[in-house]
Design a protein around this ligand. Sequence first.
Ligand SMILES: Nc1nc2c(c(=O)[nH]1)N[C@H]1C(S)=C(S)[C@@H](COP(=O)(O)O)O[C@H]1N2
Ligand SMILES: [Mo]
Length: 449
Amino acid sequence: MTNHDSTRPGRLRRAPENLLSAEQLAATPAQRRGFLRGAFAAASAALTAGAVRAQQADDPAIVNLPPHALALGQPVALEGYGHPSKFEANLQRRQSPGLTPTRQASVSFAPLQGLFGIVTPSGLHFERHHQGWWDIDPSQHRLMVNGSDEQMLKRPMVFTMDELMRLPSVSRFHFIECGANTGMEWGNVAVPTVQYTHGMLSCSEFTGVRLIDVLNMCGFDAKRARFVLAEGGDGSAMTRTIPIELVTSGQVLLAYGQNGEMLRPENGYPLRLVVPGVQGVSWVKWLRRIEVGDQPYATKDEDIHYVDLMPDGQHRQYTSIQEVKSVVTTPSGGQILLDKGFYNISGLAWSGRGKIAKVDVSVDGGQNWKPARLETPVLDRCLSRFNLPWTWDGKPALVMSRATDETGHVQPTYRQLREVRGRRSIYHNNSIQTWLVQESGEVKNVQLS
Ligand SMILES: Nc1nc2c(c(=O)[nH]1)N[C@H]1C(S)=C(S)[C@@H](COP(=O)(O)O)O[C@H]1N2
Ligand SMILES: [Mo]
């Protein structure tokens, strides 16, 4: 069995007697739930009420009272941190087959196929480390703020975490997407599931101090300052140039909170930069220094990495906004539809330029499009959830989503993207994703030429 198979939700085809086989019970529970909900809805819509009742009458789960209705359960744990149900154990971050984790470089992907709504549980947030992660003692952590010269910032300061956490704080929901997300798919279909095609994407409520407030405390020269440099405290010398407009507009945060608690160590505890709409690499983790300057710093992660190889052989630099993008997470690659009938097509849309304005969904490879329902809240530079009811006729279907953001940018097809960008890039692939639902119900990653 390959690594791919371990993320497969398993076979979800409905057995004639409406019972699950042992194999089906071993399927990814979240996925099973998704499809069973669909299957039951289809059953009640398509079958006569009598047929449904007849099927249910000999269902042991209905006929026999289960143990949890007959005996005492467990009391609260005396203390401790809660965990998901043991039946959800298959819902995990996973390493992509072919990418070997080392202490120099590693990445894990979020299981988008099993998540609801827009928030990524912190324990399932994707991870990307250029030199491994650390669990840094917050009492020993410092943030230094300085200027490229003395005029640029009058009062260089070093902050402890306690000092930062005394300052006025804000909480905001934002997505973070690695610039290399979907990067394996530039030339051709490369990975089987949405976890691997799009899973370097997560969304959290971040809490922290606005960087502009700290720069104002330090007396920065608002007339001369054009960029800030952010530097991480790990060994990767992760340093990124951030345009000052993102800072002065109040968007960039020195964040210590994630989903109501402190950041997780692997996500930068105790302090990370939040740069809404910008590729993940600029969200510097274990943040230890901010410098204010008047020109881009052209660091190694801006010169030789995170550049776009264009068809004429030139490299394009500083394309850091994550452009409008979306993906259907259900049905998606590796899943198996139980039977024809009703399904809820569901997915995520996001844009580094603002809010999502609309998402259109096609089930025929882009010939016809229908507007999906955008669920609330629809927030700025945040994941948006969309849903669309669909009745599958059992024939092959090509399922796609196409997002438009509030600035009017529309997600491109692979043909449109490749006309401008070629096929040899790594970063910034925001193409429309296609999933082929085969007659067998099996869903496959495909690209339309
Ligand atoms: N200090 C430091 N910051 C870092 C990195 C790193 O390796 N070291 N990786 C960057 C990259 S490439 C990405 S995509 C995001 C990933 O954030 P996450 O691990 O919290 O998902 O962190 C960014 N910040
Ligand atoms: Mo990244």
